[in-house]
Design a protein around this ligand. Structure first.
Ligand code: PMT
Length: 400
């Protein structure tokens, strides 16, 4: 964990249109008491000038492996030893490939080999370059040798394509790195529920909702970044998660409850992000219900188990974070659910807004505890998840 003294961060910039975002990233770290030095590759200088980064960081930018000036001041070995953290943002496909080969014929490559600092990579490239099997294998390899990969995120790209490949926003990179530095969740077990549940009416019809699972999956990924062991219990969604997350797929609220209950005894925190169907048909028809001449069809419904409140009652020594989806009087309903369900935190999102909440890549939430209220402005679900897990992590730290 970084101590309170000024920490040393080496920001490496490679050739990508996202290089302009490195300025904001450097600023964020400097504002938060980091001493930032910058390494730039030849290609990066096509996108942003060393002078800009020198002005921001207050230090001469390091550019060449063999540089008499640099050797008198800070050469690659000194820089490698100086750094507490190394961040490559943006990191091009070319640099990712070079790192897998352990190349040391430029300053960045040599520093990477020589440094024992924790290393972070924020990829930035065209979506097809990112999804290419070679890049994916390279990323898998770098991750397997201990490098932390932040992003990339999804969205419109400079080339006009729309998909995964954009460098994550500076705030997300910063918050992710800070989350890895607060070690209070390492070794903790966190259970996250995500997505909708599906309650069958007959073999071809069901009751469900618009939850895509994005918020819950982002929470699970953020919890994994914090060093916790994560179990993700998800309803039917079309998302994938990191291999270190244990994923359990379920359909119904009853199945979700059973899986959660059987994992709870040695868990520390439960995060209920799933949009669990509140009701299920009393009887699921074995055969498809046939259309008749009647204009109406009555399906009798019964209440589903309330997973989070049942678990909170059964396991009073655990911490519980619930989400609540509201379309009106958001704060009032959230506070009431916090108490009624016996939770430690409730994360309220206003799902009447079309640009956040269900199925959006963005959200905006307020977190209530019994004595506090914190607002998190509209951001990607990934960033919000990192911020929420940071909140849990800080709270966990203050409990010890
Ligand atoms: O999946 P996305 O498309 O990304 O959308 C994210 C989201 C809007 C689904 C998410 O942010 C969210 O708000 N999830 C909770 C939705 C919900 O069911 O809210 P609720 O107010 O009905 O429930 C409150 C809490 O009780 C939740 O933690 C819920 O998981 C839990 N619950 C509810 C009903 C039930 N039978 N059992 C439960 O455990």
């Amino acid at each position: 964990m970084l101590d309170k003294k000024k920490s040393n961060l080496l920001l490496c910039i490679t050739g990508s249109i996202a290089a302009y975002k490195s300025v904001d990233l450097a600023r964020l770290f400097i504002k938060n008491n980091f001493d930032v030095r910058v390494v730039m590759t030849e290609a990066s200088k096509e996108f942003i000038t060393p002078l800009t980064l020198q002005a921001i960081s207050g230090h001469q930018v390091h550019e060449n492996l063999l540089d008499t000036e640099a050797e008198r001041a800070m050469g690659h070995i000194e820089l490698a030893k100086w750094a507490d953290l190394i961040v490559i943002a943006p990191c091009s496909a070319e640099t990712i490939s070079r790192l897998t080969q352990g190349r040391a014929d430029d300053l960045l490559g040599a520093i990477f080999l020589a440094s024992e600092a924790q290393k972070f990579i924020a990829p930035a490239m065209n979506m097809n370059m990112w999804s290419n099997q070679t890049t994916q294998q390279n990323i898998e390899y770098l991750s397997s040798i201990g490098m932390d990969i932040v992003g990339p995120s999804k969205g419109e790209q400079a080339c006009g394509d729309n998909g995964y490949g954009r460098m994550s926003e500076p705030e997300e990179i910063y918050e992710t790195i800070m989350l890895t530095q607060n070690k209070s969740l390492i070794g903790k077990k966190i259970i996250v529920t995500a997505g909708p549940t599906r309650e069958q009416i007959d073999p071809v019809r069901f009751i469900s909702n618009n939850s895509s699972g994005k918020m819950g999956f982002a929470m699970a990924e953020a919890a994994a970044i914090s060093g916790a062991e994560v179990i993700l219990i998800t309803g039917p969604v079309s998302l994938s998660c990191s291999p270190q997350i244990q994923r359990l797929d379920v359909q119904t609220a009853d199945e979700m409850y059973r899986e959660a209950q059987s994992s709870m005894s040695d868990a520390d925190i439960f995060i209920g992000c799933a949009a669990v169907a509140d009701f299920k048909p009393v009887h699921a028809n074995i055969q498809k219900i046939k259309k008749t001449d009647e204009d109406r069809l009555n399906i009798e419904l019964q209440k589903n188990i309330d997973i989070i409140s049942s678990l909170a009652r059964e396991f009073p020594d655990k911490r519980f974070m619930g989400f609540c989806a509201e379309t009106e009087r958001v704060e009032e309903h959230a506070k009431s659910k916090l108490i009624k369900k016996g939770l430690d935190f409730i994360v309220a999102n206003d799902v009447s807004k079309s640009d956040i909440g269900f199925d959006s890549d963005y959200n905006e939430v307020s977190v209530f505890t019994d004595n506090s209220h914190q607002f998190f402005h509209k951001a990607s679900k990934n960033l919000l998840a990192i911020q929420l897990v940071n909140l849990l992590s800080k709270e966990n730290q203050s409990l010890h």
